[in-house]
Design a protein around this ligand. Structure first.
Ligand SMILES: Cc1cc2nc3c(=O)[nH]c(=O)nc-3n(C[C@H](O)[C@H](O)[C@H](O)COP(=O)(O)OP(=O)(O)OC[C@H]3O[C@@H](n4cnc5c(N)ncnc54)[C@H](O)[C@@H]3O)c2cc1C
Length: 399
């Protein structure tokens, strides 16, 4: 197949931007991705991710079969989620992210998935390139402007640059991102056989939530790669170097900001050790196993997060600039679907851009993507906000 004339510029090499680039490359569409970070490992970006059938279906179509096999070789498939009270007595759950045994919910390590998504894109992705905004040109093209003074021009510009999206801030200045009022302390510890043996077997689920007073919340989730995977990876993707493959337990603590003994600035400045001590004290009256699990956190892995959510907006006039993933519909992680929706966006947008490359009208094809994405993306934001309110006491969406 010959390369089409369509040139796509993607801002952000996160999960959504890279999945889109893989789909475009599959269709021989000229795609260039610009990422602010110096490398995929230069910033702490989070740990475990649940992929649901929606995300997996998108990957199945966007990635070459060999890379899909690598995803399956490096994921884990724990039992469905459970929720407990602070005394570790089970609570009923109607959580849409719970995952039934047979509905293909899997767990991946975020960095591992990102490294897989980067495979084969060496010529398409440029790191250390922060986009400050863009300019539309008289011939209908769009030029992205970067901090180092460089520029890149394409026929379509996709903002896949996450919750603080520079592209969205210029394009849709009325689209707001709100503070949910919830703060997360996020960490992990290695699941060596010794440590795993100290945690009750029934806590090894897709996601085990412990609901404490004032909707304070502890979540734990194991990431245990199916071993051995090294041979499969070496055979299917010989150039791929996976750098974070230890088994671990992801552990997070979520609480409303006013319940914490530290301000946001103090949380930011605290060491991992101090954050762990703070959480350990806060769960001091809960079941002793909860405190033991918190005490296992590796301090160097612990960091705080301010939870934010996009506020849904109505449709906007379609142009050659569009958005995907958290750049337009960031959501509470209460259900664990944000990345899956970003992958769904990438899948749909790749399909629409493929149509443009084959001669379809550019604006009409992008509008079809945006019409669908605005509906399912903001539905997910609203659902996540409802569960975030029930589970962690987050503020309702201010519409
Ligand atoms: C604690 C927590 C747990 C979560 N768990 C899950 C889960 O289990 N399942 C799930 O589906 N979702 C989960 N999510 C949500 C998920 O992380 C996001 O929805 C997902 O990462 C969105 O992908 P994205 O590609 O849109 O954005 P991102 O992954 O944020 O990628 C954006 C990229 O753009 C880059 N960038 C930013 N600004 C610029 C710029 N100006 N120029 C160039 N590059 C730029 C960033 O460096 C980044 O690499 C969780 C979120 C949190 C906070």
């Amino acid at each position: 197949m010959t390369e089409s004339n369509l040139r796509v510029i993607v801002i952000g090499a996160g999960l959504g931007g890279l999945a889109l680039a893989q789909g475009l490359r599959r269709d021989n569409i000229d795609v260039a991705v610009y990422e602010r970070d110096e490398s995929p490992t230069s910033r702490r970006q989070g740990y475990r991710l649940r992929l649901n059938p929606e995300g997996l279906t998108a990957l199945e179509d966007l990635l070459p079969p060999r890379l899909n096999q690598v995803v399956w070789a490096t994921c884990s498939m724990p039992r469905p989620s459970l929720i407990f009270d602070a005394g570790l007595d089970p609570l009923p759950t109607t959580d849409p992210g719970r995952g039934a045994g047979n509905d293909r919910n899997v767990v991946v390590n975020r960095l591992t998935l990102r490294q897989i998504l980067l495979d084969g894109l060496d010529d398409n992705v440029r790191f250390g390139c922060e986009c400050l905004g863009y300019r539309t040109n008289a011939d209908g093209t769009v030029t992205a402007l970067f901090r180092d003074g460089s520029q890149a021009t394409g026929d379509v510009l996709v903002g896949a640059d996450g919750v603080n999206s520079a592209v969205r801030q210029q394009y849709l200045p009325h689209a707001r991102v709100m503070d949910t009022g919830v703060r997360i302390v996020y960490g992990r510890f290695p699941l060596t056989p010794d440590i795993a043996a100290r945690i009750p077997e029934h806590l090894f689920t897709l996601y085990t939530g412990v609901s404490g007073p004032d909707r304070q919340h502890i979540g734990i989730a194991p990431v245990q790669l199916r071993r051995p995977f090294e041979h499969t990876v070496a055979r299917l993707a010989p150039g791929l170097r996976l750098t974070d493959t230890e088994d671990y337990m992801m552990c997070l603590f979520a609480a409303r900001a006013e319940l914490l003994p530290r301000t946001d600035a103090e949380l930011r400045d605290a060491t991992g050790y101090q954050l762990r001590e703070m959480v350990s004290t806060m769960v001091g009256d809960w079941h002793p196993m909860v405190g033991s699990i918190v005490d296992m956190w590796t301090p160097a892995t612990v960091f705080p997060l301010v939870l934010r959510s996009s506020v849904p907006i109505g449709p906007w006039p379609t142009t050659a600039v569009t958005l995907l993933g958290d750049a337009i519909h960031a959501m509470s992680p209460a259900v664990g679907i944000g990345a899956n929706i970003a992958l769904r966006d990438a899948h749909l947008l790749a399909t629409q851009l493929g149509k443009i490359a084959r001669g379809a009208d550019r604006v009409a094809a992008v509008r079809d993507y945006e019409t669908a994405m605005i509906e399912y993306g903001f539905d997910a934001v609203r659902t996540s906000a409802v569960y975030g309110e029930q589970r962690m006491g987050q503020h309702p969406l201010v519409l």
